[in-house]
Design a protein around this ligand. Structure first.
Ligand code: SF4
Length: 213
């Protein structure tokens, strides 16, 4: 029976991405090979508990939700993560995966909506971006830029143009909470007529930084 190291499984509202606002079960896998400067889930770097798939699926089912998000940490750092994603799809859920963009997404079940970061300069992890992932993005996926300042914004704008991302999938621009005023980012997007989707993290507006929310 495959196992995964799990930090927490909890029920909340999806705070970002295309499924924002839906009641969602979050399965947070332990561990991440990156160390982004703005990381808000450092508690998931270590610890956690090994849990078998059956046990994970039973807890997910107990909430009666239609949406499930597998997140981290970096979920793809655990080899059995793609198998869990497929098992969740087989069980009939709308499944999304939140991933850093540093690991290969090509083995992820195409039924899963992949929400993939491209790390901005201020993250300190720019060199970890695996740009070959972009070729695997479809209209079912989203690419996300977490933006701390004007340099991040200009870099993100250049990436959107270079690949070009808006023709492949939804592009999300999100301000780093407490660092970049959201209105500033909104004004830049409108000024430059970008076809990207502005995001605020709904769960932070509702509950702050409380883990398990
Ligand atoms: S990839 Fe995500 S979990 Fe890992 S350090 Fe960066 S923000 Fe934190």
């Amino acid at each position: 029976m495959p196992k995964l190291r799990i930090t927490e499984i909890f029920y909340s509202l999806q705070g970002e991405s295309a499924s924002v606002g839906w009641p969602t079960v979050f399965v947070r896998l332990t561990g991440c090979p990156l160390r982004c400067g703005y990381c808000d889930t450092t508690y998931a770097f270590k610890g956690g508990e090994w849990r078998e798939f059956d046990e994970i699926l039973d807890q997910v089912a107990s909430y009666g939700a239609r949406h499930v998000t597998v997140t981290g940490g970096e979920p793809l750092a655990q080899a059995d993560c793609p198998a869990l994603l497929s098992a969740l799809c087989d069980a009939g859920y709308e499944v999304s995966l939140e991933t850093s963009g540093a690991l290969d997404i090509s083995g992820v079940d195409p039924r899963v909506s992949r929400v993939m970061d491209l790390k901005t300069p201020s993250s300190g992890e720019l060199e970890r971006n695996l740009y070959s992932n972009i070729d695997h993005l479809t209209v079912h996926d989203q690419v996300k830029f977490v933006i701390a300042d004007e340099a991040d914004y200009e870099w993100s704008k250049a990436q959107v143009e270079q690949w070009p991302l808006t023709g492949r999938c939804d592009v999300l621009f999100s301000p780093v909470a407490g660092t970049l005023p959201p209105t500033q980012l909104a004004d830049w997007i409108l000024r430059d007529r970008l076809a990207v989707r502005f995001q605020l993290q709904l769960h932070k507006l509702l509950w702050g930084n409380e883990p398990g929310r």
